[in-house]
Each structure stands twice: as structure tokens, then as C-alpha cells.
Design a protein around this ligand. Sequence first.
Ligand code: BES
Ligand code: ZN
Length: 457
Amino acid sequence: MSDIISYIEEHGQDFEQELFELLRIPSISTSSDHKDDIQEAADFLVERLEELDLDKVEKIQTDGHPVVYAEYMPHPDRPTVLVYGHYDVQPPDPLEEWETPPFEPTIRDGRIFARGSADDKGQVYTHLKSLQAFRETGTEFPVNIKFVLEGEEEIGSPHLAPFLKEHKEKLETDMVLVSDTAMFAEDTPSITYGLRGLVYMEFELVGPNRDLHSGVFGGAVDNPANVLCEMIAQLRDDDGQIQIPGFYDKVRDITPEEREAYRKLPFDEEEYKKELDIKALNGEEGYTTLERSSARPSLDVNGLWSGYQGEGAKTVLPAKAGAKVSMRLVPDQDPNEIADLFRKHVENLAPDTVSIEVTEHHGGFPAMTDPDFYGLKAAAEAYEDVYGKEPLFKREGGSIPIIAEFKKILDAESILMGFSLESSKIHSPNENFLQKDFHRAIKTSAKFFEVLHKYKE
Ligand code: BES
Ligand code: ZN
């Protein structure tokens, strides 16, 4: 193992430069203008994997963006790890808030700034480099490895579940390894065992057949913008409970043991508020901030539109108003069922004065890893070896829609071994990845591969 660690230390600079090349490619999955960039990012990964002399490296087209697939299977009698990650990124806007341009990776204060540095290019790349360290030092790779790197995670992975079904035999694995989550705090390695699911809905209200003069018609004709606000206000009550009938029916309660474990996490609520520049927090009555943001469901307006947005004032009664609303789900909520409940509920809430159209965007099931799964023990040993500390176990509020499908389709548990931080600002301007965590992640990955087979039951 010392050869491997020395190799990683000696080549750290080169690894950063390679990552920078990948970060320069604006592989924004949601925008059709970036189709070529998506292909370029996939090609870049294919080339880097081809250099590792594996059994197979392929770029597999889907009905959407391609999947980069690779495999190296030296040990028929040892476990197989499927490394999953994504090479697509979120749009970088608002651009003016970036201190340096999003697709010109820059190091400042020991952090690599670029869109995708933490979510997820910088994190997923660490597994390619740890494998490289084994290959280049002539060290036998201790387990079997497959890679599934996708270009549609940030748009809800619409083509990946069909891909898993179609290639079920080829993708057979004992576990999935994912580095696309965060650590609890700096120098605090963390294994995430739960992720929330997601339902993303949109609805639009249409009132009169045109925008009206608000003096001539106001008070007599219902205003879709007013109606929208009244409807949204009814989606939660004063205790922060979501008011969609049936919404909580399948919510699994947090166990007393889990609540105790939550209480022991080193969380500072004052710091949390300070970092966000807010005076007070708000959420579901009876739950702590950490529970609310990871183990309880939530409902948020993600976008709103109606009426006049330009400079100054325009007296108008707008003809239309709309909203995008996302709900984060916890086990055992089903995104399809929740989408139906939401649709029915807002259709019921809408008065006769407007018509309503509801659309469903992407979604995904919540996911939980079996806490006794042997792979977690190997991950914990790897973290402890590199960070000098036992990792914390925690749930997170974000979603990785394919994780639940890995369990359903491939019957594989996922190990969420994340390295980003809350201060990594994923999806926000100035996204960054702590430089030292990029290097520690490569070592943690190598250590994980080294010790894994010892734990196999
Ligand atoms: N890496 C995140 C997921 C994440 C973030 C997990 C923070 C845990 C903590 C992932 O890239 C992401 O942003 N997922 C989307 C999924 C959606 C677009 C379907 C999300 O959570 O909004
Ligand atoms: Zn993301």
C-alpha cells in the first residue's frame, strides 16, 4: 500500500491538471446547446479509462446522454464494486456572482473553484486515479471494478434505470460505490446511509384571456397571481406540516436510536444560521434542523412567475401565474404516488375563476443503505486510515435518483463515500472542492479497494 500512497502523492499535481481539463468542459445536461460538450466530457473519461489497460471501456449511447462504462475483473472469487458518478453539471448562473469563471478552474485558498469541482467531476475522478495508482505501480488490483458514469444525473437520470435493466447481467455487482455526497464538516469523514427522494411538479393558472387593466377589472375578476399565492400558502400549515391529503401516509418514523445518533452529531445551529445570514430557522414542529433537512419530507417553491417584472410599475392584472414546486421524500414514500396526490390536491384547491394545468418533471425514490452491509465497514476503515478519524454515519437531504434503482434492479447496496463540504456550494456560484480532500479522497478510495475483500461475509 505504501507504493500506492507514494504514487498518489507524487502524481497529485498531474491529477489536478487532468481534472482541470475535465472541469473546462461545460457539460451542462439540461441545455441542448451543450450536447457537444456532454460528448466531449464522456470522451475525456473514456480516454482516461483506456489508459488504465482495463478489460473493457465503452461509450454507450442512450436515448439521452451517453453512459461511460468500463470494467476490470481480475478476481472471479472476490467482490465486484460498481463505481457510479456523473460527468454532467448544473448551469452556472448567475454568472456575475462567480469570482472566477465557472469553467476556468482556479485554485484559491486551498480550494479548486469550478462548476462540477465537487458535484461531481472532482469526486468521481478520484476513483479513476486510485485505480491508476494500482495499475501504474504494478500492484495487483484487489477486487473487481466496473464504472458507470452518466451524463444526466442533474436532470433526474431519465435514461439510466432503463439502461440498468437492459444491461442487467453486464452490470452485475456486489455493491455500488458513489462519491457524490458531502462530509458533515471539514476533517470529519462521513458515510451517508440515507438520501431523500424527489418529486418535481409545475402548475400554471390561467384566468382572463389577456392581461387586464387592474383599475378597470381589479376587484371583479380574480387575479391568477393572487390565487397562486393563496394556493401555495395552503400547502403547509403553521406547524410546517404539508397539507396534501395522504402525503405522510407512508413516511417511516425516525427511530429513537436514530434520533439519539442525530443528537450526537457535532452540529452548531448558530453557526449554520450565521453562514446563511439568517436570523431564525423554520420547519416542521417537533423535529430538529438536521432531522428536518434529511429524515423528514419537505416542500419548496423553486420558481414563481406572473405579472410585471420590469423596471418601475405597471398596473396590470396578469392573465397567468405559475409555480415550480419540489418535494423531497423519505422512505417509504413513492414519488409517483406523491405526484398524483399533489396533482389532485392543487386541482381541488384551484377555484372556478381560473383553469389549472399541472405538469410532472423528474423524480426519484428515497434510498437507504443497510447499516450492516459489510462494504460500509471497509469504507469506514479506509476513511479512518486516511483522515485519522472514524467516519460519522448520517443521512442527507439531497437526492441521487438512481441509488434506489441500483437496489431494485441490481439488488446492490450503495456506499455513499462523499468528500465535498457544505461550503463546496454545489449548484451555487463559486462551487469548489477542497484541494486536500481531492487528494485524500484518492487515497481513501485506494484503501477501500485494498481492504474490501477482507470484510466479505
Ligand atoms: N450530488 C447531488 C446530490 C446530493 C447533494 C446528495 C448533497 C447529498 C447531498 C446531486 O448531483 C444532485 O444535485 N441531485 C439532484 C437530483 C435531481 C436533479 C433529480 C438534487 O438533489 O436536487
Ligand atoms: Zn448536483
